[in-house]
Every structure is written in C-alpha cells, then in structure tokens.
Design a protein. Structure first.
Length: 552
C-alpha cells in the first residue's frame, strides 16, 4: 500500500501534519501511531490527568538512566502513547516561549525561524476565546481558553506575586512574557482539547487520510539514501507501507532519534555495535537532548479543603463533581492542576525570564504517582534554558525496547545556581501575606533546606523532569546538526523531522504549543515542495498484505 506521505507518530506534530496535508484531496496521507484511539475518559476530563499518571494509561512510561546530577536516581519520562501523543496526557498549559527563543534559532543560521516568522503559525493554529490582538489567532483548530472553574486558591498565589513585586499578567504569550498570572489552557467546553481533538478527529472522514493505531514503527525503509517507506508491527506481525513523496518523522524527541538509529541513520560506530547496517553516518542523531528539570515545594495546609487531596471531605467533593462535569462541563474536574504560574528572573541582571513557576492546587509528590493524604498546594520551579546536554542512545537493536534516555540533569554548574535561586524565589512567594494567611506550612522534606548547599542537595535528591524533552535531531548546518531549516535530514532524501527533536535550543516554556507551530510551518514547506515539482519516489514499497485502517 502506497501513500504520498507517511507521518510517523500520532502526537502533536503528527496530528497537525495529517490534517494539513490531507486538506488536498489529491494527496494521500498515512498516520502511524503505536498507541490506541484516544477514547479513555481520563484523557477528556481535564482532572483525569492525575489518574493517568497513577494508572500509567496511554503512556510510554520511559525511565532515564541513572542521573549523576540527581544523586544517581532514575527519573521518569512520561510520553503520550495514544492519538494526540503527549497533548492527550499533559497539563494542557498553553505557552509559546519567549520571542528571543526563536530569534536565537534564526541567529544560529536557521532562516525562517525567527519570532516574526513563526508568529503567523502560532496564530493560525490558535482559536483563543478571550484574547483578540495581533499576537493571537481566533480561527484556528486548537481551542485556547481561561479555566472554566478555577480553584479558589489560585488567586492567592497571584496576589502573592503582586505582593512580592512581580508584574501581574493574564497573557504570557503576548507582548511581554514576564510576570505572574493564570495560565490559559487547551480546553474546549470544559474538556481537554488535544492535538488529536483539534486537528485529527474532525477530519477522520477524509478518504485520503488513513490512520493506523496500535502500530509500532520498527524502521524506516531506504533505497540508498532515499526514504521509501515505513515498517511497523501491529497485531504481532510486520507490515510495510510505501511513501511516494516523503516520510515525516513526528515520534518525538525520544523516539524519532531511536527510530532513525534503528533504521541505520545515526552515529555509525554506535550502530555497528548493535549489528545495524549504516545507511547514513550522522553523528548528531540522539545528541543535544535538553529538558526542563523541576523542583517542587509542597505546602501542607489541611484547612484548605478545596484543594485536591485525599481525605473524607476531598473524596466527597470529587464524587459530587462527577455529575457536574458530566452534565455541565463545569466544576473542579475542569482543573489542569497547574492553574497559574509565572516567568521570572533569577536575578535582576537577567535580560529575559530564566525561570518558570507552576502553582499546583494539590500536594504533588513524585509526579502525582504517589498517593498523598491531606490537603495543600505545590510550587514548581524550572530553569528555562539549561546548559546541560544529554543524549538518546539505543539499548539494543530490538525496536520494541525503549531507548536509553540520559538528560544529564545538572551537569552544568550554571543550571544548579539558577535552580537554587529559583527555589528561594518560590519560597519567598509562598511567604507573602496572601498565602501565609492561609495557614500552611512547608513540608518538612524541603523546609529544612535553608542554605544554598542544603537547597542544592534537596534539588538533587527530589528534582525531576517537567516533561519537555527536545533537541535530539537538532536544526542547523553544523557537524552535529541533523536537519536543515526546511527540516529535511542532512544527506538523505524524502524524509524530514517535524517534532520537538528539531529544536536547536529548548524554548523558555512548555513545549506543546511550539511543537504544533513547527508542524503548521512544516506543512506549508511540504506543500510548497510538492507544488514546485519535486519528483516523487518512482518506486514505492509494496506490503505483503493490505493493513486495516482506522476511519473513526
């Protein structure tokens, strides 16, 4: 079975590509996703993300290798394994990053990726229910809104920000990012609005769009250095489909490089160790991994019964909220937990914010995977542009095995210093009158850390990812870069990377909206290449059997 385009990965980037490319009825598109259809009710109820973390549903549930910078601990790396990818399991915060992030990409030689170049694609993707100005779109597929039923303790955090002297804002994606305020979310009518619901689900009826679920990509098929198709495992058997124009890698920063290496594209000497034939020796594949390390301060506040927590009253409130959400799509189950936060400077000399804060209306421990009794709230801080760099490498030649994930957290002393300063600033926020009068007390686990050395040890002992891995197929023209500004892989034909792995440097914020933007921009590049007369592959791979497709 042959298609004009094959999209590998049904996450944020893949859903956008499948929808945009199939707008042309003359073009056939296949989307391959290892996970299931996004039918799980926990995906669609915003507060369901808490149980998704505990049940490990719709998730790859990867782990890191032991992290030297985190006292040898092994971290968690959750990634969505379902249509919508991580946009179906994340905290739904809509953040684009800072103008300077994209200008930095362009300054490194990536023409067309400056802020003024990418802003139109952010706007094209977005339907913002409240904001109507030159920074926001109001006709796009992705619904962005204020929380429908914010928790009553979100406002005291914002008030504390004002008391601490920070700018208060209701738009982190407009003219100025810096400040404290409520987050907008990718919700619609009180439900999660993932990339799948925004882009894919409305277009599943297109005859030129075929979606394969439960299909684990095992390798890209090459003739010489041209990608000709994709092999995947489904229902215990291997199947192959052909690409007449291009294979588009959208499997994410962890699995796009893994699939490329399994297919013979990557550091040649490493591939040879696993007996993988080298199609193209490209040393940058899997390098340049960047992620946001997160440190959490938990406040015990048993009197704050309207925060989320395990107690008789808390359970009763959740049970009462179920019919409210079912009937009216309002109430506490519309929370994304990280309801507010901010972008601040760790010291006054910083030119732009270098820290991000998330205020969570629950006591969050170990990513929410551990049941915590009682009530309270949590404050998260991360360094926005860490200097530490890690890698993705193969654990084996088995395509069903996960990769070796090494974020190399806190390898650079600058990251440590910024995290310590950020931790102190979050603690100072929690000590402002608006929050102090609520009567909570910092959890003993962190409260005892008062000196810089003690705070550093707390971070090393308890810090972990806040789920923003990027950069493993870096965009640029250097020896360790993988794709050019058109997202084509250097030295290969008929294949591009369209996901967060192309980011040369991590952006200052959450990474879902930027990934959607990348795919919006890539879809225009791909369409333009086709219309310019780029020759399709003359001979495609033929599958031994016609695979079934998903149409609903």
């Amino acid at each position: 079975m042959d298609f004009d385009y094959i999209v590998v990965g049904g996450g944020s980037g893949g859903c956008v590509l499948a929808a945009r490319l199939s707008e042309d009825p003359a073009v056939s598109v296949a989307l391959i996703e290892a996970g299931p259809v996004d039918k799980n009710i926990l995906i669609h109820v915003p507060a369901g993300l808490a149980l998704l973390a505990q049940t490990k549903a719709a998730n790859w549930n990867f782990s890191t290798v032991a992290q030297k910078g985190l006292n040898g601990r092994i971290g968690w790396q959750p990634r969505g394994k379902v249509l919508g990818g991580s946009s179906s399991v994340n905290a739904m915060v809509y953040i684009r990053g800072h103008r300077a992030d994209y200008d930095h990409w362009a300054a490194e030689g990536n023409a067309g990726w400056a802020y003024d170049d990418v802003l139109p694609y952010f706007r094209r993707a977005e339907h913002n229910e409240r904001l109507h100005d030159k920074y926001h779109g109001n006709d796009g597929p992705l619904n962005v809104m204020d929380l429908r039923s914010p928790n009553k303790y979100t406002q005291p955090f914002i008030d504390a920000g004002r008391e601490a002297g920070y700018r208060i804002t209701d738009d982190f994606n407009g003219a100025e990012q810096e400040g404290i305020g409520p987050y907008q979310v990718t919700h619609r009518n009180g439900e999660r609005h993932s990339a799948a619901k925004a882009y894919l689900t409305p277009n599943l009826g297109r005859r030129n769009l075929t979606v394969f679920t439960g299909a684990h990509t095992t390798r890209i098929l090459f003739e010489g250095r041209r990608a000709r198709g994709v092999e995947f495992r489904r229902d215990g058997r291997l199947e192959q489909i052909g690409a007449k124009h291009e294979v588009l890698m959208a499997a994410g920063a962890l699995q796009t490089p893994q699939i490329l290496m399994l297919s013979g594209v990557g550091p040649g000497a490493e591939l040879a160790k696993f007996g993988i034939g080298v199609v193209h020796d490209l040393p940058g594949v899997g390098r340049n991994l960047q992620d946001h390390l997160d440190a959490v301060q938990v406040v015990n506040a048993p009197m704050l019964k309207e925060t989320f927590g395990v107690s008789f009253g808390g359970i009763a409130r959740v049970l009462k909220a179920i019919p409210e959400w079912r009937d009216r799509r309002t109430g506490m189950l519309t929370t994304n937990f990280a309801e507010s936060g901010g972008f601040i400077k760790s010291q006054a000399s910083e030119p732009i914010p270098d820290l991000q804060l998330h205020f969570v209306v629950a006591k969050l421990v170990d990513h929410g995977r551990k049941t915590v009794f009682g009530h309270g709230y949590s404050g998260h801080v991360c360094v926005l542009r860490p200097r530490s760099r890690g890698s993705i490498t193969l654990a084996s030649a088995d395509p069903m095995a996960g990769p070796l994930i090494d974020p190399n957290f806190l390898a650079d002393p600058d990251d440590v210093a910024r995290m310590v300063r950020g931790f102190r600033l979050m603690r100072a926020l929690f000590q402002q009158p608006a929050l102090r009068k609520l009567g909570g007390h910092e959890h003993p686990r962190s409260a005892g850390a008062t000196t810089d050395a003690e705070i550093e040890q707390f971070i090393r002992g308890y810090g972990d990812t806040i789920y923003h891995p990027v950069g493993t197929c870096r965009m640029g023209s250097g020896a360790m870069d993988v794709v050019g500004a058109d997202l084509r892989i250097h030295g290969l034909e008929g294949i591009r990377v369209v996901d967060a792995s192309m980011m040369p440097r991590i952006i200052g914020g959450n990474t879902n909206a930027p990934t959607i933007m990348v795919a919006e921009k890539a879809s225009d590049m791909i369409k333009a290449a086709r219309l310019s007369g780029a020759a399709p592959a003359p001979q495609a791979i033929r599958a031994p059997a016609s695979p079934e497709s998903l149409a609903a």
